[in-house]
Design a protein around this ligand. Structure first.
Ligand code: NAP
Ligand code: HSE
Length: 428
């Protein structure tokens, strides 16, 4: 077996450049820790001439990532371009067909094609590693597949999109509107090229679906994730939540229930004093619960050059050391197709609606809630603008289905204007 591990890196943006910097700076450390000299053979990106702040002259250049992935002098193909299809998928499949191991940070690709990639890799004796795809620098995949391998996982929760947490934190701390906080995040370069991936909850949903697969031995099912973004959250919601001792977080929760696999990524109220409630800025947190270990909380940078490259290189080191685990922690052909269950476990909900200020309006709302089986725990009416009054209702424990039925019912009352906001209150 060779004492050199040769990388081919496709994608020389934030993460790719970070990986090259670590390979160059930590060459001696990496060799000591893995027993192998880890080098870069060849690289690829769209533009050969772009100044990337690192010297690429010592590496072969390929315009085509597929050609890079199949080069004879590449042992591990490192895919850092992104995208659920296109060159990322084609090049990873080509690498596996050529017998190469793969490291990627691409959560979109794994959320949509994880099962087929895992099956192909395992049929070809290759490993596919993706620590950087979920929660950036936090070694959560390693924690689940290795440290907690002896546990029946009961629940995984977390804040997995730093951009959303940054926006919500700025609304809370600086009193910014959603639009102002979004613009600030944009100015800092936090948003994905398609911002809806962040604020629509899609990016975080991709990550949650990957964790579900490892935690519960199921095939990745991104379509089974109930997704809701943060775009409807107003500064009033943030303040109302704070008044009740809560913070609003884009929270992912996955758990296996008697009715199937519940996966949801949505803005929720969490106790302000809980670890998740105290998470500020672009940081991520993942809470893992196992039947033997109890609860573990992992917190750290979910994005950025250093943290994400750190996770990529952790995977490279494992391959150099000879660690060869199945992609999702157990053989791909043993992963079950789980039935998906809509938020099965009841919880209290926070409801904000704009109510026409006229006699009997509240009675109509209360009647619709009653018809849907939703019981009011407490209620507050805020200052109104003359015609409409913002009303906040906290329900007793109920299901999302019942809340949605009530929201549909509000439309027919003629006293509720605009779209009500409904947020689950999660005890974490
Ligand atoms: P990025 O800065 O936008 O860089 C993407 C790179 O891919 C660029 O170098 C680009 O080339 C190259 N590329 C794009 N399309 C290509 C094609 N068709 N052929 C060859 N090269 C192509 O992206 P990034 O932030 O580094 O993210 C890379 C991956 O890591 C994504 O999957 C992302 O979701 C994941 N990730 C990123 C972070 C983060 O903090 N940035 C965190 C976790 C996971 P040019 O430079 O020539 O345009
Ligand atoms: N857009 C992602 C985030 C990048 O904000 O967390 C890291 O996956």
């Amino acid at each position: 077996m060779s004492d050199t591990l040769r990388l081919g890196i496709a994608g020389l943006g934030t993460v790719g450049v970070g990986v090259i910097r670590i390979v160059e700076k930590q060459a001696a450390l990496l060799a000591q820790r893995t027993g192998k000299s880890i080098i870069v053979s060849a690289v690829s990106a769209r533009s050969k001439d772009k100044d990337r702040g690192v010297d690429l002259s010592g590496y072969a250049w390929e315009d085509d990532p597929v050609a890079l992935a199949t080069r004879d002098d590449v042992d591990v193909y490192v895919e850092l371009m992104g995208g659920e299809n296109g060159p990322a998928k084609a090049s990873i499949e080509a690498a596996i067909a050529a017998g190469k191991d793969v490291v990627t940070a691409n959560k979109a690709l794994l959320a949509h094609h994880g099962q087929s990639i895992a099956e192909q890799a395992e049929a070809n004796g290759c490993v596919v590693r993706y620590e950087a795809a979920v929660a950036g620098g936090i070694p959560v995949i390693k924690a689940l597949t290795e440290g907690l391998a002896a546990n029946g996982v009961t629940r995984v929760m977390g804040v997995m999109n730093g951009t959303c947490n940054y926006i919500l934190t700025r609304m809370e701390d600086a009193g910014l509107s959603y639009e102002e906080a979004f613009a600030e995040a944009d100015g800092l370069g936090y948003l994905e090229a398609d911002p809806n991936l962040d604020v629509g909850g899609i990016d975080a949903g991709h990550k949650l679906s990957i964790l579900s697969s490892i935690a519960f031995g199921t095939q990745v099912d991104f379509d089974g994730v109930e997704l809701e973004g943060i775009g409807a959250i107003t500064i009033e919601d943030i303040r109302n939540a704070a008044d009740m001792g809560y913070k609003i977080k884009l929270l992912g929760v996955t758990q296996m229930t008697g009715r199937g696999l519940e996966q949801r990524m949505s803005p929720c109220l969490v106790p302000a004093t809980s670890p998740l409630g105290q998470l500020v800025g672009g940081t991520n947190m993942v809470v893992l619960e196992g039947d033997a270990v109890g609860q573990i909380v992992l917190r750290g940078a979910g994005a950025g050059e250093g943290p994400t490259a750190s996770a990529v290189m952790g995977d490279v080191c494992d391959i150099a050391r000879g660690l060869r685990l199945p992609t999702f922690g157990q053989p791909a052909n043993t992963l079950r197709c789980a039935k998906s269950a809509r938020a099965a476990i009841p919880a209290p909900y926070y409801l904000r609606l704009s109510l026409l200020d006229k006699p009997g309006a509240m009675a109509k709302v209360a009647s619709v809630l009653g018809d849907a089986g939703v019981s009011i725990h407490r209620m507050r009416q805020h200052d109104h603008d003359g015609t409409h009054a913002p009303v906040v209702i906290v329900t007793h424990k109920t299901t999302r289905q019942a809340v949605d039925q009530a929201i549909e019912g509000f439309a027919a009352t003629g006293v509720v204007s605009g779209a009500p906001v409904a947020l689950r209150i999660e005890q974490v």
